[in-house]
Write a protein of this length. Structure first.
Length: 399
C-alpha cells in the first residue's frame, strides 16, 4: 500500500513539474517585442526623442506615429544638431526614455518667455530717461486715453488671439536621414548607426496636434525553467511508474499460502533420500522427502508449521512402536507380583518329549524358572501356577 501511495505522489509531482515547465515557456513567457507608447498632451505639434532613446532596448526599432482623423503625420530622423535647429524655440514634447515596459516618459518643453519692453504711455524705470521725442506728459497719459488700433475692433482682436494652430511640415528637408509621411499614421524602421540621432514626429496642417508615437524593439526572451521542469518531471513520472508496476506485480506464495516476503532457505540434508532411513518410513504418507539438490525458500510461518508437523510425526511414530521388542530366542523376565491381564494359559512343555543335550536342557530349564518366578537351580519340582502372559510378549517369544 505504501508503495502505491509513493508511486501516486511521484506521478502527480512529475506531471506538475512538466506542466509548470511548459507554462513558463508559453503562458508565462514574456513577449518577444517591447512596445512603448507616448501620452503627450502638452502644447505644440511636434514630438522629439532624446539622443539614445531609439536604441534603448535593441539596435533595431520600428517607429509608428498616429494622429486623430486624417491629419497628416511626418516622421523624420536626423542628427541632434539638425533636429534641435529645426525645432528651435517652439513648444514641443521631449521623449526621455521608458517609464515602464509599455510606456515612454515624456515632458513638455515650453517656448522661452519674451523680454518685457515698456508699453506706450508707461514711464521708464528709475534712472532711465524717456525715449527720444517723447514728453513725460505723453508718457503719463491715462490708460483710458488708449484707443484700439486703427481699423480694428476689440472683438476682432480677441479673434486674432484665438487663431488656429498650423503645424509645419518638415518633410523634404535635406537634414533628414530617414523620413516617412502619411495621412492618419506613418511608420518607418531604423537600425542604429554611430552618432547621436533623434526622431522628430510632427502633426501637419491646421488644428494639428502632436501625434502619438509608438516604439517597438525586438528582444530575445529566455525560458530557463522549461527543460529543467520537463526533464525533472519525466524522471519523477518514470520512477512513479516503476514503483507502481513493482507494487502491482503478483507476489510468489508458498504451499500454505504465506507470502515469501522474509523467506529462509531450507536445504535438505545430503544423506536424506527416499527409502534410506527408518524415520522416513514412519513419517506420514503425504510427506515427500526433499531432494538434495532442491532449495526452496520457506517463510517463518512455514518453518513453524513444518517443525510442528515433524514433532507430531515423531509422537505418532513413538506411539506406533511396541513397548518392548525382543530378539528371536530371548524370553522376557516377568517381575514377581506383577499383575497381567488374564489370557490363555501358557502350555506346560514336557521336557521328555524334546530330548536335547544336557547343557541345552539345563539352560532352557533355568529360563523357564526365571519366567515363572523361580530361582534357577531350585530343587522344588512342583511348578507354580502358570501366570497369564502378555499377548505381546507371547508373540515376541514365539518368533
Amino acid at each position: 500500500m505504501l508503495q502505491r501511495i509513493i508511486a501516486a505522489l511521484l506521478l502527480v509531482g512529475g506531471l506538475v513539474a512538466v506542466g509548470l515547465g511548459v507554462a513558463s515557456a508559453t503562458v508565462w513567457r514574456d513577449s518577444d517585442t517591447v512596445v512603448a507608447t507616448t501620452a503627450y498632451t502638452g502644447d505644440g505639434t511636434v514630438l522629439v526623442t532624446a539622443p539614445g532613446v531609439l536604441d534603448l532596448v535593441a539596435e533595431d526599432v520600428t517607429i509608428r506615429a498616429t494622429a486623430p482623423g486624417e491629419q497628416q503625420v511626418t516622421l523624420a530622423i536626423g542628427r541632434e544638431a539638425d533636429v534641435t535647429g529645426w525645432v528651435g524655440e517652439d513648444p514641443h514634447g521631449l521623449v526621455t526614455g521608458l517609464s515602464d515596459w509599455d510606456a515612454l516618459a515624456t515632458r513638455a518643453v515650453d517656448a522661452p518667455a519674451a523680454e518685457d519692453e515698456p508699453a506706450e504711455g508707461e514711464t521708464p524705470a528709475d534712472g532711465e530717461s524717456p525715449a527720444e521725442g517723447e514728453s513725460p506728459a505723453d508718457a503719463e497719459a491715462p490708460a483710458d486715453a488708449e484707443s484700439p488700433a486703427e481699423g480694428e475692433t476689440p472683438a476682432e482682436g480677441d479673434a486674432a488671439a484665438e487663431a488656429p494652430v498650423v503645424g509645419v511640415d518638415p518633410a523634404g528637408s535635406d537634414m533628414w536621414l530617414e523620413e516617412a509621411t502619411g495621412a492618419g499614421s506613418a511608420s518607418l524602421r531604423w537600425s542604429d548607426q554611430p552618432g547621436r540621432w533623434q526622431l522628430l514626429a510632427a502633426g501637419v496642417g491646421e488644428d494639428a496636434v502632436a501625434p502619438t508615437v509608438e516604439l517597438s524593439w525586438p528582444r530575445q526572451v529566455e525560458t530557463p525553467f522549461l527543460w529543467p521542469g520537463v526533464i525533472g518531471g519525466a524522471v519523477l513520472i518514470l520512477l512513479g511508474l516503476g514503483i507502481g508496476a513493482a507494487s502491482l506485480r503478483p507476489r510468489r506464495r508458498g504451499p500454505s499460502g504465506g507470502t515469501t516476503t522474509s523467506a529462509t532457505p531450507a536445504v535438505a540434508p545430503a544423506g536424506t533420500t527416499a527409502g534410506t532411513s527408518s524415520d522416513d518410513a514412519d513419517a506420514p504418507d503425504g510427506e515427500v522427502p526433499t531432494d538434495t539438490a532442491q532449495v526452496r525458500m520457506l517463510t517463518r510461518r512455514e518453518l513453524r508449521e513444518r517443525e510442528e508437523a515433524d514433532r507430531l510425526a515423531q509422537q505418532q511414530a513413538r506411539a506406533q512402536k511396541p513397548r518392548r521388542a525382543w530378539l528371536t530366542g530371548q524370553i522376557p523376565i516377568v517381575a514377581r507380583g506383577e499383575r497381567r491381564p488374564r489370557t490363555a494359559a501358557q502350555p506346560t512343555v514336557d521336557a521328555s518329549a524334546h530330548p536335547t543335550t544336557e547343557d541345552s536342557a539345563s539352560t532352557r530349564a533355568d529360563a523357564w524358572r526365571r519366567a515363572w518366578g523361580f530361582t534357577p537351580g531350585s530343587d522344588e519340582s512342583a511348578p507354580a501356577p502358570a501366570p497369564e502372559s502378555d499377548p505381546d510378549e507371547t508373540k515376541d517369544s514365539t518368533r
